[in-house]
Design a protein around this ligand. Structure first.
Ligand code: GDP
Length: 591
């Protein structure tokens, strides 16, 4: 490698192979050639992220070059997190999580209808992603989401959304896998946990057992000296829901939840979709300031002027204070689920910031072409990895993001590469089927349907379309597909050993011998490696075993008997050879 001068290379989001070559004082072909030697096939325009570039410089042994991250933070990252002394109390934001069928939806529905003013909630038939209710004259914000993954996605985007997680556990079913996931999520997000032990009206409901189950999973009930509040409820009948709300408020009081209002408004995108005649319809959760109609806001690469603002009951709202969920129109593009939004002073600033964010996002996603993990994988496995191609369609952007993020979280130990061919909002279309053709691509639809003509077309072209309403089921299916791609594992199990005491007959494909089992056992169909002294001389299969000339099922340690062996290749067996028996299974691997 040529010696290069001492220099510092600054990398913003990512750098192309071309730029890196120039910065290193190498020709592009030289760099590509060097990369190739390392097992990396790169093109001139391929973008490399910071870690990858560092790794390359290190791998190539280039001295005297230092690379630095160039700071590209914009105003948008000045998201107000530190509270001023003018901060005021705000309602708690509560998420309800738990295992499927344990009663999350029922709880959210019952609360909505019981605790919001009579008549108002009756009009709510559509799915709502968040609502606010009043208890003891105070407000509580509840969030409903497509799944825990959605929260994980938000956490990945670096924002805290929930103050309190209510974990619903059915008293007749106990702790289940998604209960454990919910616990982990809440702990990871640093949210306070309250457990609602549900379905206590049911026969078979066992509160103490459920509590013990929870305790085993790290949630110690207050009653037993722990720190987790557990409220037995019936979401269906409405038993004890006031107590649950009391506990939520109590927790909120202890946490002293506050927000600044005298700042430009800010918050998070919790759902977004397009509607005919309205354009983008976006659900926001205000976390600071006061959002008003007419304000300019930016969220990721989308911006707009708030044209209309409605509360969860679809009633016009002039201003939204912290912890309030609202639905706004006016965004020119669809912002992404989990994006932060912030108010800016005018349209020009909004446009500029959205553009800047778009550039940064494209830098980041371009650099995702080759990440350092990919690179390491390429170096280690010389491209043995299999690719799982998918197209993801969802009813709203939030669910698409959740599905994509969750799929990315499936750990295949680097053996399978997930290739997201396309994503989109809405029903499965002809175009999706075209894209999936011939590429062994699975189209996943989440909460969307497949028009009959499209289903027919897919069946004709052998394209796989699978629709789901429960995210875990979709993920299980995807896992199953990925497992099919994993190379099978050969598992050998040692079963015993025999010492040859005599050879009775040697034919081309068979040997009959006698010996003593000195370890374990031998049965027909076992395989054996033949050892002479220390050398392995061949492999044979046991056809049958005999004790005193009678065929038997097995011979065990200490017994002497006859053995008929099948040969694949010519082999002779001699006195004192050893046969080490084993079984060989081909196992499909699980993720
Ligand atoms: P989710 O999957 O967690 O949202 O569960 P759902 O709210 O859809 O509830 C699953 C099933 O359990 C439904 O049939 C509900 O009617 C029933 N269910 C929910 N809560 C209760 C309860 O407190 N008591 C009884 N008996 N059934 C309940």
């Amino acid at each position: 490698m040529t010696e290069v001068q001492e220099k510092i290379i600054q990398i913003a989001g990512s750098i192309t192979v071309d730029e890196l070559a120039k910065a290193l004082g190498l020709s592009v072909t030289q760099l590509i050639g060097e990369l190739f030697k390392e097992g990396i096939v790169a093109t001139i325009n391929q973008r490399l992220d910071f870690d990858t570039a560092s790794l390359i410089i290190e791998e190539l042994g280039i001295k005297g070059v230092r690379i630095e991250r160039k700071n590209t933070s914009t105003k948008l990252t000045n998201f107000h997190r530190e509270l001023s002394d003018k901060a005021v109390e705000r309602p708690p934001v509560v998420a309800v999580m738990g295992h499927v069928d344990h009663g999350k939806t029922t709880l959210l529905d019952t609360l909505l209808h019981k605790k919001t003013v009579e008549g108002e909630a009756g009009g709510i038939t559509q799915h709502i992603s968040a609502y606010q209710l009043e208890h003891e004259g105070r407000k509580i914000t509840f969030l409903d989401t497509p799944g825990h993954e959605a929260f994980a996605a938000i956490r990945q985007h670096g924002a805290m959304l929930t103050d309190i997680v209510v974990i619903v556990v059915a008293a007749d079913d106990g702790v289940k896998p998604q209960t454990i996931e919910a616990i982990k999520f809440a702990q990871g997000a640093n949210a306070k946990i309250i457990v609602a032990i549900n379905k206590i009206d049911r026969e078979g409901a066992d509160i103490p057992r459920t509590m013990a189950d929870l305790a085993q999973n790290g949630l110690q009930p207050e009653e037993w000296g722990g720190d987790i509040t557990m409220v037995p409820i019936s979401a269906k009948r409405g038993d004890n829901l006031d107590k649950l709300l009391d506990m939520i408020l109590l927790t909120a009081d202890i946490e002293e939840l506050k927000a600044d209002v005298e700042i430009p408004s800010e918050g998070l995108v919790i759902e977004s979709h397009m509607e005919v005649g309205k354009g983008s319809v976006v659900n926001l959760l205000v976390t600071g300031g006061e959002l008003k109609v007419g304000e300019f806001i930016v969220a990721g690469n989308a911006y707009g002027k708030v044209r209309t603002m409605l509360d969860f009951r679809a009633k016009p709202k002039g201003k939204a204070t912290p912890s309030t969920p609202v639905t706004v129109t006016g965004f020119k593009d669809l912002p992404n689920f989990g994006d932060k939004f912030i108010e800016v002073k005018d349209e020009k600033t909004a446009r500029k910031m959205a553009l800047l964010n778009a550039q940064q996002a494209s830098d980041a996603s371009a650099s995702a072409n080759v990440t350092s993990t990919d690179l390491l994988r390429m170096m280690n496995t010389a491209d043995n990895s299999k690719v799982f191609n998918v197209i993801i369609k969802g009813d709203v952007l939030g669910s698409v993001t959740s599905v994509v993020d969750s799929l990315k979280m499936i750990d295949t130990g680097g053996e399978i590469t997930l290739n997201i061919v396309a994503t989109g909002v809405g029903d499965i279309t002809e175009n999706d089927v075209y894209m999936a053709e011939g590429g062994e691509t699975v189209i996943y639809g989440f909460n969307v349907s497949v028009p009959t003509n499209i289903a027919k077309m897919a069946a004709r072209d052998g394209v796989n379309i699978r629709t789901y309403r429960i995210i875990y089921e979709l993920l299980d299916d995807a896992k199953g597909e990925m497992e099919k791609l994993l190379p099978a594992e050969v598992v050998e199990t040692e079963t015993g050993e025999m010492k040859i005491k005599g050879v009775f007959r040697t034919e081309k494909t068979a040997i009959i011998a006698g010996g003593e089992v000195i370890k374990g056992e031998v049965r027909p169909q076992y395989l054996a490696r033949v050892y002479r002294g220390k050398d392995e001389i061949g492999e044979v299969e046991v056809e049958s075993v005999q004790r005193e000339k009678i065929k038997v099922e097995n011979l065990v340690e200490g017994e002497t008997g006859g053995i008929a062996l099948k040969l694949e290749k010519k082999l002779t067996i001699e006195l004192n050879d050893r046969l080490k028996f084993f079984t060989r299974e081909i196992k499909k691997r699980k993720l």
